[in-house]
Write a protein that binds this ligand. Sequence first.
Ligand SMILES: [Fe+2]
Ligand SMILES: [Fe+2]
Length: 271
Amino acid sequence: MRILFLGDIVGRTGRDAVMAHLPDLRRTLRLDLVVVNGENASHGFGLSPSIARDLMEAGADVITLGNHSWDRKDLIGHIDQEPRIVRPANYPPGTPGQGSVVVTLVDGRKALVINVMGRQFMEALDDPFRAVADVLSRHRLGVTVQAAVVDIHAEASSEKWAMGHVLDGRVSLVIGTHTHTPTADHRILSGGTAYQTDAGMCGDYDSVIGMAKDAAIARFLRRMPGERLQPAEGEASLAGMMVETDDTTGLARRMAPLRLGGLLAPTTPDF
Ligand SMILES: [Fe+2]
Ligand SMILES: [Fe+2]
């Protein structure tokens, strides 16, 4: 299965880049499954139902979330109607929405997508390792699902590495989000799971993690409440990871980063 994961889409410029490029990428890279993190798609904070619809029309099969899941209150009433929008699995029981979804591709193959949030330097949630294990106990890689993708939305790289190792051999891809900075450590772990600490963001990199620089810098210079953070508006770079998996094992065969447009040095998977 040919899978593309795109990191946190930030604001209008991030959305515009996804809308502009994803339909072509789906075709040229012969993608079977596209997963995007949409927690910052609505002006940097949350995901509105209409933006979710736009991203899906552009070619996203599943949209994952994170600590900004509920910044757009209108998503709370909508998420139960749209199972392809997945919020972290380790929210407390009773939280709207689901922490995972199985999507069926046009050719009948199935892919499991799980979103989970780290706990280091973040909100106190349930144990992310146990939450993922609980979801995986209901599926069998290579049997009931041909691929499985885990978006670990976390601040600490250590927690993400640990998640990668715990899930090695049990899912196709463990990919980090939330820090909005693509890491150069993508590799296939010894058990066959593709791993990257952070996918990076789809946004304007002439910014502070996607937010306009002045207000974001002022927060560090003066320890006082300041201007509301606004997304930066320059051209976005798309940032993500492509993985090709073996349908019979569900494990990764090859992987390569995708960076396109904006300030980041471009790179396109060559397989
Ligand atoms: Fe984010
Ligand atoms: Fe986040």
